[in-house]
Design a protein around this ligand. Sequence first.
Ligand code: UD1
Length: 427
Amino acid sequence: MLSYIIEGNNKIEGTVKASGSKNAALPIIATAILNPEPVTFYNIPDIEDTRITLQILKILGCKVKVDSGKISISSQNMHNKTIPKELMHKLRSTVVLAGAILGRFKEATFSYPGGCNIGKRPIDLHLKAFKDLGVEIEEREDYIHCKSKKEMIGAKIKLDFPSVGATENIILASVYCKGVTHILNAAKEPEIQDLAKCLNRMGAKIYGAGTSRITICGVRKLKSSDYRIMTDRIETGTLLCAAAITNGNIKIENANPENLMNVLFKLKEMGCDISITKNTIALKSPRILKSVDIETSPYPGFPTDMQPIIGAVLTKAEGTSIIKENIFENRFKYALDLIKMGANIVLKEEENIIKITGKTDLKGETVSSRDLRGGAALVLAGLSAVGTTKVENAEYILRGYENLEDKLKVLGANIKLEKVDINAKES
Ligand code: UD1
């Protein structure tokens, strides 16, 4: 088991570079399955989630070469159409590999995906969309088998909710479809625009990504290509919040402020001084932060992935803040740990709301990550707390943040990753 040990109450100050986007990297790696020609991707973050995805690609028969952020993949000799259950359970986003395998081979076998335990997270919208494309689906207790007996034909697909994963899966599954596919009520997240850009560079014909109506005109083949993936907007937001919660001052390079506007507006409303250029964001925390209300919603609304992070910062804001989570039904577990650290938080579980009253001086405690972003929120709380904070189950955090420990150290944090040998503890 891995834990972050943090000696808190240090200001986060300095300049740091944002990494490549986790949520863009995963579907973009899936494009290498769709495209039998060799592809190269740059700026892929070296995190557990990308490592697992690449491991799956190797098992499927792809050749993968990793060279610090540059990843070359050839799926020419890919033979296996089944995603291994154990790896699929580790990571929810592996579900987009299904759309890519299906698009290439008209057949895919996979199981229900795992990932962060932040809600029910069904895949009904993905499967319904595959059916709309003419795919037959056999759902068993431990696997799902998808097969199209004939050529897959483009269709008009209306999503009941603008699901990010389902939109990506439909794009991947329909690139080679005969005719035109329309996705109505598509997700508009920047990661979807990045996926479409990457595929279009390979020769796909995808229009409207970033709007709620995406059109995919089927093509017969894709060509060899390279692509540099976008910056991680959630990592950027997390680092900005690390400065905000510690009364610090940060500049993030290689950032994309355009993708983070809703978060920047909220931080500004809290009193932070923010300046942006095309690819940098600087934040100076005020002496006293102000409370704000937040409601999560699909892009361009306030991102659910930033909700726990900003929740930690709001413990330091004067007044009462209300956060309403509208995307996932189980995303407030971190609040219990913040309460343990001294935060004044009331949970209204039935309404998916928390009420945070500050400002509180957090104190170091042993707390536990229960999901990726909730874990990161606890690290931020630890940075601002008086005394030592131990954030257990750091594995969750390592899934999504590249070199978090090193980046925070450069910015003045006293943080280290500690490995606990469970067997040694027991004996
Ligand atoms: C992606 C992101 C995740 C982010 C989320 C919302 C990746 C790897 N993950 O997750 O970080 O928090 O978008 O911005 O990109 N739903 C259904 N049926 C489905 C699919 C989704 O009911 O078939 C529901 C989910 O339970 C959830 C909501 O739709 O309540 C949003 O899910 P979705 O947009 O699909 O999120 P993910 O793609 O899983």
